[in-house]
Design a protein around this ligand. Structure first.
Ligand SMILES: Cc1ncc(COP(=O)(O)O)c(C=O)c1O
Length: 410
């Protein structure tokens, strides 16, 4: 018998870890998907569960990587990054978001993806017993690492009744007293909600009053359509005094696997983040940072993605309405968040979103991602693989036929 299992740190035995439950849910859906593919290899599985762009990175960006990868000057550890990338990030913020008061050398650092940045921030601030406030649902990484450090996570529900914005007014003083970090993510995964200036002003006010550091995850903020403009937390007065924003090249520039993002804002946060980062990784490959510069210099790459996702949503939302779902087209991201039906007219009842998601997968070969807390919703992503508009129309017509055949009851 191996003793290794007995040596694993207690933190991984804590069954109350939300991430463990979330992982379990994703693993269950993943297994069900694999099972369906094995059992029915000839039936087309339509995957609306994927949180990654279906297109590759822009050819010009790829060419920069090809040219730079073999150059001797790019071979070194890049440590906390090359200044040219920080400068390009500052110019990008000014051009796309109108944020022009950023010092690229003291207020920006690159990261090996937004996920990696989020995983390091608790180490900068959280002592045992300290609290990270987040939303439910939420991208889980900052919470996971808060818990690893003996911190506590306090969740603010995003519900239809609060229009998917956290309500700061009912947090008990005992929680506020120990709270150090507030994590928000707009445009939001999974709800698709976008931030407003009024919302960000409330966030800044709340942070000021309670001495809380705001982490605004803007991974999707460039993916907007239907008149919605990319909107930065840092464009609102006072934001830089209370926090930072994280931008990722993953979604906006179809570079998920390239692992490149940046953190920008309050120089004290950037400073301590730099210390943790320097002790955790040695920076992203310079050739990738140089490709990232090319991407940031061409925000029109993102425009093409926005047009595509918007076009797909127009088709999908019409079908969802015809089937009976109560859902609006989002103004940003590639996600729409849909309340689950009660069941089917033939007598099937859905007790929760996971139930419905598995039913859709097994009966219609359509993959979705379920959320049950705080309300039962499924997330549909328009990142299914389709080469052109005709293929998009074909897939969505297929979704229509399969969903109508279920005779869902709402
Ligand atoms: C809200 C949110 N933040 C961060 C990330 C991770 O981004 P990156 O690829 O830059 O690590 C994701 C990825 O799905 C996300 O949904």
């Amino acid at each position: 018998m191996s003793y290794i299992n007995d040596m694993i740190a207690d933190r991984f035995r804590d069954k109350s870890f939300d991430i463990a439950k979330e992982d379990y849910k994703f693993i269950k859906i993943k297994h069900a998907k694999r099972d369906i593919r094995t059992r029915y290899p000839n039936i087309e599985l339509i995957d609306l569960g994927i949180g990654e762009p279906d297109s590759p990175a822009d050819l010009e960006v790829v060419n920069v990587l090809c040219n730079e990868a073999g150059k001797p000057e790019n071979r070194w550890y890049s440590d906390n990054g090359i200044p040219e990338f920080q400068e390009a990030a500052a110019k990008y913020l000014s051009k796309v978001y109108g944020v022009s008061d950023i010092d690229p050398h003291h207020e920006i650092l690159h990261g090996i993806g937004a996920k990696s940045i989020l995983s390091m921030l608790p180490l900068c601030f959280i002592n045992p017993g300290d609290i990270t406030i987040t939303t439910i649902p939420s991208y889980p990484i900052i919470s996971t690492h808060t818990k690893y450090l003996g911190g506590v996570v306090y969740g603010l529900p995003l519900t239809k009744s609060n229009n998917f914005y956290p309500d700061f007014s009912n947090i008990p003083n005992i929680i506020l007293y120990r709270s150090k970090l507030l994590y928000i993510n707009y445009p939001n995964n999974p709800t698709g909600q976008v931030a407003t200036e009024d919302f960000y002003k409330r966030v800044i006010d709340f942070a000021h009053k309670n001495n809380i550091v705001v982490v605004a995850d803007s991974s999707y903020s460039a993916l907007t359509f239907d008149g919605e403009k990319p909107f930065s937390f840092l464009s609102v007065d006072g934001a830089k005094e209370v926090g930072v924003e994280i931008h990722s090249l993953s979604k906006a520039f179809n570079m998920t696997g390239w692992r490149l993002a940046f953190i920008v804002g309050n120089s004290d946060v950037i400073d301590i983040f730099g210390t943790v980062k320097a002790n955790s990784d040695s920076g992203q490959f310079r050739a990738i940072q140089k490709s990232g510069i090319t991407a940031l210099e061409h925000p029109e790459i993102t425009d093409k993605n926005c047009e595509k996702y918007s076009r797909r949503f127009d088709l999908l939302i019409e079908v969802l309405h015809e089937v009976g779902f109560n859902v609006d087209k989002p103004k940003a991201t590639f996600y729409c968040y849909v309340p689950i039906p009660k069941g089917t007219k033939s007598g099937v009842t859905f007790t929760n979103a996971e139930d419905f998601s598995l039913f859709l997968l097994n009966k219609s070969f359509i993959c979705t991602v379920p959320w049950d807390t705080p309300e039962p919703y499924v997330r549909l992503s328009v990142t299914f693989e389709a080469e052109d508009y005709n293929e998009e129309k074909r897939i969505i017509e297929e979704i229509r036929t399969r969903l109508l055949a279920l005779d869902l009851e709402f």
